[in-house]
Design a binder for this molecule. Structure first.
Ligand SMILES: CC(C)(COP(=O)(O)OP(=O)(O)OC[C@H]1O[C@@H](n2cnc3c(N)ncnc32)[C@H](O)[C@@H]1OP(=O)(O)O)[C@@H](O)C(=O)NCCC(=O)NCCS
Length: 184
């Protein structure tokens, strides 16, 4: 499904990542982890990679959904969705486990279009948690979710395992009939 962002950036797609695309996601995860190492102590391995131990679970466990974000058919990011909240304990809630847009495609509406597309695909309760230290992402989520809902959402501050998070909790009613191609 194609989505249009602002500034005529090109065709944005959010496609389920197939098992043979796991290495593509793994490569993007390295860029993501490098960004995150600004906020979080992430140890880089002797091989020069951060790694993501449980990535393969996204192709082997039920309730996990890996997506590739593409712009003009090239990898531009990824979304890892899983069912079950790490914070509230709600087993049915959808969780944005990981979300990333490559730097060259940022501030063009790609992240917002991709996130909203994923929320439309999975109706029900959603949770998005973001580290308090990740100020740009906190602004991004507050805006993207508020626009999706059509009303301003406020996150709740919470602490889990000594980490400070902002948690956004909301509901998606699913794919509206007219949402096939949505100009931003
Ligand atoms: C956060 C992230 C996903 C945003 O992706 P993006 O494609 O650049 O976001 P969009 O272009 O859709 O931004 C939509 C709006 O969010 C807000 N926003 C996005 N990035 C922002 C930033 N760095 N600082 C402040 N606000 C920001 C702005 O309001 C923006 O609208 P504007 O560009 O018209 O001002 C991207 O920066 C990223 O991958 N960061 C590293 C990984 C990460 O932090 N992931 C989230 C984990 S919880």
């Amino acid at each position: 499904m194609g989505i249009q962002a602002k500034n005529s950036i090109g065709q944005i797609e959010v496609v389920p990542a197939l098992p043979d695309q796991e290495p593509v996601i793994a490569n993007l995860v390295e860029l993501y982890a490098h960004d995150f190492s600004e906020f979080q102590e992430l140890e880089i391995g002797q091989d020069g990679r951060f790694g993501y131990r449980d990535l393969h679970h996204y192709w082997s466990e039920p309730g996990r959904h890996p997506f590739l974000i593409k712009v003009d058919d090239r990898p531009a990011g990824f979304v890892l969705v899983k069912q079950g909240s790490d914070i509230s304990g709600d087993r049915t809630a959808w969780d944005v486990a990981e979300f990333f847009v490559v730097r060259g495609c940022r501030r063009l509406g790609v992240g917002k279009a991709a996130a909203q597309e994923v929320w439309r695909r999975f109706p029900g309760r959603w949770e998005v948690r973001v580290m308090m230290a990740n100020q740009p992402a906190r602004q991004f989520w507050a805006g993207a979710i508020s626009e999706f809902l059509g009303e301003t959402i406020r996150g709740i501050r919470t602490e889990v395992g000594g980490e400070h998070w902002e948690l956004f909790s909301f509901a998606s009613s699913g794919v509206p009939p007219d949402s096939k191609l949505r100009p931003m």
